[in-house]
Design a protein around this ligand. Structure first.
Ligand code: SF4
Length: 392
C-alpha cells in the first residue's frame, strides 16, 4: 500500500511581527485572508492527482498565526482538504495558536472542524519578557487560553516556551517552566532563543542595545530543564520536545523520521515522491501563482503546472543519508543501525564513521542499544555533530 503522508498548511499572517522571528510571516496583511483560504483549497486540488491512493496521517496548521483565521475561513479550508484528500479517521490534526487570539467559542469551533491538537505559543509566563519579545499577549492570556482549550474539549494541548533570553536569570526561566508544568499540558516544546540574521533582534544586538543571549547560560538552563523534567510524566523524545506517554507530536515525527509531507501555502516546504520543494514565500505572489496554476489546470492540462512551486531538488542517496542522520539524531532514540542498513544497503558507521570520529571522541554522539544517539552533552551541541553530516 502507498505510504501515508503528512499535510502542512502555512498561514503567514500575524498581528505584529515579533523582533526575534524569521519565519515567513507578515503583519498587516490580514485583508488577504479570504483569498488566501481559497488559494489553499485550490492548491490542495492541484495536488489531488499526485497523491491519489495515499492517506493523510497528520494535518498541521502552522504559521504565522493560524488562530488569526476566522472560523468560516477555517471551515472553507478544512472542507476543501476533506473533499480533496483521504484523511485518516485517526489523523492528528494540529493548529498553532497565539494566546492573544483565542477564546473558548473559537476553540469549540475548531474542535467541531476536527482539530484535535492545540499548540499554544506561550513563550514566557513573565509579562516583561513577553514585551521584550514583542508578543501581543500577556502571561495571564496564556493561562486563560490554556483553560479555554480544556473547557472547549481539547485533550491534547502543547505549550511552547522560549528560554535563554537576553539577561534572563535562570530563576526566571525556572518560574516560567514551573507555571507551564503546573498547568499539566500533554506536551512541551522548549526552545533556546536564537538570534536570526536579518531580524530586528539581530540588529539590536549588533548595535549593542540588546545583550546577546549567552550560550553558557542557555546551556545551564537547558541542563536544568532536562533534570527538572526527568522522572516526571514528561518524557524527552527530541532535543526540544517533551511529551506525556502517547502525546508525541506525530506530525513533527514525520519530519524527524524523514517521511514524506506536502506543504501548502506561502513559503511551505514539501518532501514528496523523493523531491524536496518549496512554494513562493510572499503571500501576494503565492496567490497569483496558484491562480495561474489553477487556470492552466482547468484548461485541460493533464498534470497541474504547479507555478507556485519555485524551488525543487531531487533527493539523492547522499542527501537522503544526510537528512536521515541530521533529523533522526534530533530524536532521543536516535537512528537505528539496523534500519539504516536496511534502507541504504550500507552499515551506518561504514557510511559516516569517519565524519563522526571527532564528535564521538568528544563524547557528543555514540552507539547505544543498536542506535546512533546524541549524548546528553551532544543534545546541547547538536550543531557540532550535524555540520559534519552535511553533504559535501
Ligand atoms: S507570532 Fe510567531 S510567527 Fe508571528 S511574528 Fe511572532 S514568532 Fe513570528
Amino acid at each position: 500500500m502507498a505510504e501515508p503522508f503528512s499535510l502542512y498548511l502555512h498561514i503567514p499572517f500575524c498581528t505584529a511581527k515579533c523582533g526575534y522571528c524569521d519565519f515567513n510571516s507578515y503583519a498587516g496583511q490580514e485583508h488577504l485572508i479570504p483569498s488566501y483560504s481559497e488559494a489553499l483549497v485550490q492548491e490542495a486540488r492541484l495536488w489531488r492527482k499526485a497523491t491519489t491512493g495515499r492517506t493523510v496521517s497528520t494535518v498541521f496548521f502552522g504559521g504565522g498565526t493560524p488562530s488569526l483565521m476566522p472560523l468560516e475561513e477555517f471551515a472553507t479550508i478544512v472542507d476543501g482538504l476533506r473533499s480533496t484528500f483521504e484523511i485518516a479517521p485517526d489523523a492528528e490534526f494540529s493548529i498553532e495558536a497565539n494566546p492573544g487570539s483565542l477564546d473558548e467559542e473559537y476553540l469549540r469551533g475548531l474542535r467541531e472542524l476536527g482539530v484535535n491538537r492545540l499548540s499554544i505559543g506561550v513563550q514566557s509566563f513573565h509579562d516583561d519578557e513577553l514585551q521584550s519579545l514583542d508578543r501581543i499577549h500577556s502571561a495571564g492570556d496564556a493561562g486563560e487560553a490554556y483553560r479555554a482549550a480544556r473547557a472547549a474539549g481539547f485533550t491534547n494541548v502543547s505549550l511552547d516556551l522560549i528560554f535563554g533570553l537576553p539577561d534572563q536569570p535562570i530563576e526566571r526561566w525556572q518560574e516560567s517552566l514551573e507555571e507551564a508544568v503546573a498547568l499539566e499540558p500533554d506536551h512541551l516544546s522548549l526552545y533556546a532563543l536564537t538570534v536570526e540574521e536579518g531580524t530586528p533582534l539581530a540588529r539590536s544586538v549588533a548595535r549593542g542595545r540588546t545583550p546577546a543571549p549567552v550560550a553558557d547560560d542557555q546551556a545551564d538552563q537547558y541542563e536544568w530543564t532536562v533534570r527538572r523534567l526527568a522522572g516526571t510524566s514528561y518524557e524527552q523524545y527530541e532535543i526540544s520536545n517533551w511529551a506525556k506517554p502517547g502525546y508525541r507530536c506525530r506530525h513533527n515525527l514525520t519530519y524527524w523520521q524523514c517521511r514524506e509531507y506536502l506543504g501548502l501555502g506561502a513559503g511551505a516546504h514539501s518532501y514528496l515522491d523523493g523531491v524536496r520543494f518549496a512554494t513562493a514565500a510572499l503571500p501576494d505572489r503565492y496567490l497569483a501563482l496558484v491562480r495561474e496554476s489553477s487556470e492552466l489546470a482547468t484548461d485541460g492540462a493533464d498534470d497541474a503546472p504547479m507555478r507556485q512551486v519555485v524551488t525543487g531538488e531531487t533527493m539523492t542517496p547522499e542527501l537522503d543519508i544526510s537528512d536521515t542522520l541530521i533529523l533522526g539524531l534530533r530524536l532521543v532514540e536516535g537512528v537505528s543501525l539496523a534500519a539504516f542498513e536496511e534502507r541504504f544497503g550500507v552499515e551506518l558507521m561504514a557510511a559516516v564513521g569517519d565524519r563522526l570520529r571527532e564528535p564521538i571522541d568528544a563524547g557528543l554522539v555514540g552507539v547505544e542499544d543498536g542506535c546512533l544517539r546524541l549524548t546528553e552533552r551532544g543534545r546541547l551541541l547538536g550543531n557540532e555533530v550535524f555540520e559534519r553530516l552535511l553533504p559535501d
